[in-house]
Design a protein around this ligand. Structure first.
Ligand SMILES: [Zn+2]
Length: 216
């Protein structure tokens, strides 16, 4: 009689395990993100992660130049929005803030040589003084989007001060660690405040318009 040993289940391959772990973490993050503290936590986490994302161009130097126009823009958080939509609005707001803080701090260096914004290969040419405009425009749009998204997902009284505080804190850390500059903390307070006022005024306008519509 053949000796039938119980066979162990085959181990899933490494890519399958990675996909399973990613799925599990997305599920955990999705559940965590339903509470207020979970939303705030995810926002802080994504802001810290995306603070470093623009300099990912250093890993892609054959195609991108450092301070690449591709990574030094709101494109990475927008791609994240496509991939991780189910996590809800809070992580997207965090990703926008991290990116905007990085772009704001980069704005402070004089736009010569490596500090300029560069087009990708095969062009690999710098934008020159237009680099200021590119960084400023993307940082402000990032902040406005972050506020708009935060107003949807956070209680009214929390969205505005929380984003300003998060931006100032990440700006202070980035400024201290990367550029050793007090100025970066100041601009990381001023820019989101400006963008927040714009987003807030638009939301007030939108609210009174819809209230007028409901009444009329
Ligand atoms: Zn950078």
């Amino acid at each position: 009689m053949a000796n039938e040993e119980p066979q162990a289940a085959p181990r899933p391959s490494a890519p399958r395990r990675a996909v399973r772990i990613l799925g599990l973490s997305l599920n955990v993050a999705e559940r965590t993100g339903r509470t207020l503290s979970g939303k705030l936590g995810l926002m802080i986490l994504m802001a810290w992660i995306f603070l470093g994302v623009p300099d990912f161009d250093l890993a892609l130097l054959p195609i991108l130049h450092h301070r690449s126009i591709v990574t030094h823009s709101i494109l990475p958080p927008l791609l994240f929005l496509l991939v991780a939509r189910r996590l809800g609005a809070a992580p997207i707001a965090g990703a926008m803030i991290g990116t905007s803080v990085h772009l704001t701090c980069d704005l402070l260096s004089p736009m010569v040589g490596f500090a300029q914004i560069w087009l990708p290969a095969p062009i690999k040419a710098p934008l020159g003084p237009l680099s200021y405009l590119w960084l400023l425009g993307n940082a402000l749009v990032g902040y406005v989007v972050a506020f708009g998204v935060a107003y949807v997902t956070l209680p009214r009284g929390i969205a505005f001060p929380f984003i300003i505080a998060l931006s100032a804190m990440t700006g202070a850390a980035y400024g201290a660690l990367n550029e050793q500059s007090v100025l970066s903390v100041i601009v990381c307070l001023v820019f989101p405040t400006l963008a927040g006022v714009v987003a807030w005024r638009r939301s007030v306008k939108g609210n009174s318009a819809s209230a007028a519509k409901a009444e009329g």
